[in-house]
Design a protein. Structure first.
Length: 645
């Protein structure tokens, strides 16, 4: 046992976030912490590091925190580098400073021994070499080089200063340092953020083989399925432990729910039986002893709560399209999507009732494709056509940032004026806006709540085609599972972009795969696609360096033969257009940041840590985009200035 909390609690002022925590980490265990948004998962990680103070909980046992041999705990708390002018590789090498110092000592001793052999120095040299080997001196360079590459950085990136990277890239650099430091307990809060599928798959293998304990907070269920062997769920401030991966947890949770319902039904039936018996014979002297016995039996009976006590209530909506579309919903032929240049060339046909997932790395054109279909961005070439009687419901990622000073009820009734108060509250209740929740101001909702409201308004119009761009962002696992069930049962057509592999696998029956070079339409599930991809990789191993060089040479020869029709004037025009677009994007980001900062100063927000956390995440996301836009703007501006000299 490395670490153990018994009956712990955490409070922020008058608000108790965690009220009875029993949590244990053993050597080499891979553990997940799951629960609804705002339930206290990140708070528990901070409690383990000592960043927040724990107190006595509401349980029967005495509160205690036990650490075995004072384990080193690694947690990615904030992005801060000592010297922003240092390069990426210099920052990474700081993890291996003791090894590098040993390396330097060995080099100095080698020079001294070459000049003048000495028994004492030879012994010191031998000891240093032995320690160097044990501590990984002959493998650490390969280890950090591999990790840098797997996190998407190039050889050129290694030499760049830290202040030239975006917020997301800086997070990845700090994450690399954390992994390379190899703490006894590795705490990871949403580690798959900012990572593409290829990076995530590599990280899965790395963590599975990690030789110490790992504790993960993540909404990526496939990621958890492949790594963890134990799950702690936080509900109502308490922890419940389940053994197995996420699928095992789901099964056990379902079984517990059924068992709890049966036990509750039996308890209620027995209470009713005893109560009727007592009432029937209460006033009969001959039955007085029996009545007293039953009263005592009833008093001794332990209450069995109904399973509704547990946090299983998801949002729901049973909806069907108001009309059927034609059999061919969408035809796409040679469609080129992008801004100043094509990101992808797409040809496909979507049929009625298809469930099509659009997948691939960031920046390859997935969301741009959906925006092109919706007419938000003009096509750069080719054509597409929707079939007859197609009625579209479109969800955009920006809907999670929708602001309004109206209440949830007012906002919904504006969208559906024909709904009376009862119908409106019933619809909102089906999406977990019940009681006083309907009087919340829309601008004060969390990202997940705004997504729910947006989806309800989309579904309420009863479209027969849903086009959804990352609908599960900001959602907790229960929300994702419910949306999966809704979309699986939806009798219309669904076209959606998602990075959530579990979500994609549950819904999609066909895939549009973007890889940055081409797009491929595949009629298969994600699981089948993964199996085929792995099989192809085994059958077609990576070519040798010699063959790679030959391929590169042949490509160069081809490029020499091809004529290029680009001119300096055309290049300059493209860059100037991109600068105009970047200025618009920068202004948009700065407006959003100003709005978020205003929200942070509202009394109802700065006293609510959950809302503060949500807004800070939004600020971080927008800031990441802004950093990237600024870097690109500076690069293009410099190029234009240099070309005009």
């Amino acid at each position: 046992m490395l670490y153990k909390i018994t009956n712990g609690s955490v409070s922020y002022g008058a608000d108790t976030v965690l009220e009875r925590i029993d949590f244990q980490i053993k050597d080499r265990e891979k553990i997940a912490i799951v629960g609804r948004n705002g339930c206290g998962k990140t708070t528990l990680l901070k409690a383990i590091t000592g960043e927040v103070i724990m107190e006595e909980g509401t349980g029967d046992q005495t509160f205690s925190v036990i650490k075995a041999d004072n384990p080193q705990i690694g947690y990615l708390k904030q992005i801060a580098f000592d010297n922003e002018e240092e390069s990426l590789i210099e920052e990474i090498k700081k993890v291996f400073r003791p090894l590098i110092e040993t390396e330097e000592k060995i080099a100095r001793l080698t020079e001294e021994l070459e000049k003048q052999p000495d028994d004492k120095k030879i012994k010191t040299y031998s000891t240093l070499c032995e320690r160097y080997e044990i501590e990984g001196g002959y493998t650490y360079k390969k280890e950090y080089s591999t990790m840098i590459k797997k996190f998407g950085f190039t050889e050129d990136d290694k030499k760049k200063p830290l202040n030239s990277f975006s917020g997301g890239e800086r997070t990845k650099i700090a994450f690399i340092k954390l992994l390379l430091s190899k703490p006894d307990i590795l705490l990871l809060d949403e580690p798959t953020n900012h990572l593409d599928v290829e990076n995530i798959e590599w990280l899965e293998d790395y963590l599975k083989n990690y030789k110490s304990a790992v504790v993960i907070v993540s909404h990526d269920r496939m990621f958890l399925n492949k790594i963890v062997g134990k799950i702690y769920e936080i509900e109502y401030g308490e922890t419940n432990c389940y053994h197995g991966n996420y699928s095992d947890f789901e099964r056990q949770k379902r079984e517990n729910h059924i068992r709890q319902q049966k036990d509750h039904d039996l308890w209620r039936a027995e209470v009713e039986r005893l109560t009727k018996l007592i009432e029937r014979f209460r006033y009969k002297a001959t039955k007085a002893r029996m009545v007293q016995s039953k009263i005592k039996q009833l008093e001794r009976m332990k209450t069995v709560d109904a399973p509704d006590r547990y946090d299983l209530k998801p949002f729901k909506a049973y909806f069907t399209p108001s009309s059927e579309s034609s059999n061919i919903v969408l035809s796409v032929s040679g469609l080129k999507v992008g801004f100043d240049r094509p990101l992808a060339d797409i040809t496909l046909e979507v049929l009625k009732n298809d469930k099509l997932a659009v997948i691939g790395p960031n920046g390859t054109g997935k969301s741009t494709f959906l925006k092109t279909l919706m007419g938000i961005i003009p096509a750069l070439g080719g054509e597409f056509r929707f079939g007859a009687n197609v009625k579209i419901g479109y969800f955009d990622q920006q809907m999670a940032h929708y602001v309004s000073q109206k209440t949830v009820l007012e906002d919904f009734q504006d969208a559906f004026p024909s709904y009376d108060l009862t119908a409106a509250r019933s619809a909102l209740g089906s999406f977990l806006f019940s009681g006083e929740d309907v009087f919340k101001i829309v601008s004060e909702l969390s990202g997940g709540e705004r997504v729910r409201l947006a989806l309800l308004k989309i579904f309420g119009k009863r479209p027969n085609v849903l086009i959804l761009d990352e609908p599960t962002n900001h959602m907790d696992i229960v929300g994702k599972e419910t949306l999966e069930n809704m979309l699986s049962e939806f009798t219309g057509t669904v076209i959606f972009v998602s990075h959530d592999r579990y979500f994609v696998n549950k819904i999609a029956r066909s895939l549009l795969v973007f890889d940055g070079k081409k797009t491929e339409f595949i009629r298969s599930t994600y699981e089948e696609f993964e199996e085929n991809r792995k099989s192809d990789n085994l059958n077609n191993p990576t070519p040798s360096k010699t063959s790679e060089k030959n391929t590169e040479l042949s490509k160069k020869d081809i490029k020499r033969d091809k004529k290029t029709f680009s001119t300096p004037l055309k290049d300059r025009s493209k860059k100037e257009k991109r600068l105009i677009k970047l200025n618009e994007l920068i202004n948009d980001c700065e407006k959003k940041l100003a709005l978020f900062n205003e929200q942070m100063n509202l009394p109802e927000v700065y006293s609510d840590y959950v809302k503060i956390n949500e807004i800070q995440k939004n600020i971080s996301s927008v800031q990441n985009n802004l950093d990237g836009y600024y870097s690109e703007w500076l690069e293009i501006s410099t190029e234009l200035e240099n070309s005009s000299e």
